[in-house]
Design a protein around this ligand. Structure first.
Ligand code: ADP
Ligand code: MG
Length: 241
């Protein structure tokens, strides 16, 4: 089967700094791909470059059989490749529901349809009771759910998640993960940057390890952590995993 998302030699520099140094990554339809790597290894830059927020200095991005390398971020999102940011940014003065209605979704032109879809998504994520609250009143974890809710308005095929559980309390973390798994069961593909190794082990089918703008290992969680440089960096030298 052809990959749903593929990058080939993706390169992004900031002056003399090479943040992405030829990233070639291929994600199958329906897969959950984990990305791990130290701070500054280029993970967020990769998401920004893949989704059109940064123009790459080289390489290509193919999504769903189409070259999307030079497309603008909103065009890429409308093709079904959506992403979250490490720092969430809802419209704080709008209510939760209004935040969803503000999303320009291609398939939902009629306002009543859009409201209905927004209601379904809020139910699905278990935040319907917050629909009329201002986004600014939500906790950091709830704002992550809101960000996910806004993405779902686009009905994406593939979602790139940048540290979805960072700064979220364990109960909410569990709920976010449970919902992501439910979406994956229904066919949504995920690429997920996470520092939480338990989560990556449980959730990711395949793991790509970033270091200094390159992929230094790729495989199942057990395969990549069998490599000593990966195991030492992430699990501690004493780990017997
Ligand atoms: P990670 O997400 O893995 O922590 P980043 O992709 O955020 O890493 O950063 C990779 C490198 O690129 C870092 O050295 C960072 O300082 C640099 N960088 C990221 N974005 C920018 C930017 N907009 N301008 C200049 N340097 C940047
Ligand atoms: Mg980052």
């Amino acid at each position: 089967m052809a990959p749903l998302l593929e990058t080939d030699g993706l390169r992004k520099t900031f002056g003399a700094l090479v943040a992405n140094d030829g990233i070639s990554l291929s994600v199958k339809d329906g897969e959950v791909r984990g990305i791990i790597g130290p701070n500054g290894s280029g993970k967020s830059t990769f998401f920004n470059t893949v989704t059109g927020f940064y123009q790459p200095d080289g390489g290509t991005v193919t999504f769903d059989g189409e070259d999307v390398t030079r497309l603008a971020s909103h065009e890429i999102a409308r093709k079904g490749l959506a992403r979250t940011f490490q720092i969430v940014s809802p419209f704080e003065s709008l209510t939760v529901r209004e935040n969803l209605l503000a999303v320009h979704s291609k398939g939902l032109r009629v306002r009543s349809e859009k409201r209905e879809r927004a209601g379904e998504i809020l139910e699905f994520l278990d935040i319907a009771h917050l629909a009329d609250d201002e986004a600014s009143e939500m906790s950091g974890g709830q704002q992550k759910l809101l960000e996910l809710a806004r993405l779902l308005m686009l009905d994406p095929k593939c979602i790139l998640l940048d540290e979805p559980t960072a700064g979220v309390n364990p109960a909410l973390q569990k709920r976010i993960l449970d919902r992501l798994l439910a979406m994956n069961d229904r066919g949504t593909t995920f690429v997920i940057v996470e520092h939480d190794m338990d989560l990556i082990r449980e959730f990711a089918d395949t793991v790509s390890v970033f270091d200094q703008g390159r992929i230094i290992a790729e495989g199942t969680f057990d395969e990549v952590t069998a490599e000593s440089r990966v195991r030492d960096a992430y699990l501690g030298a004493e780990s017997d995993i």
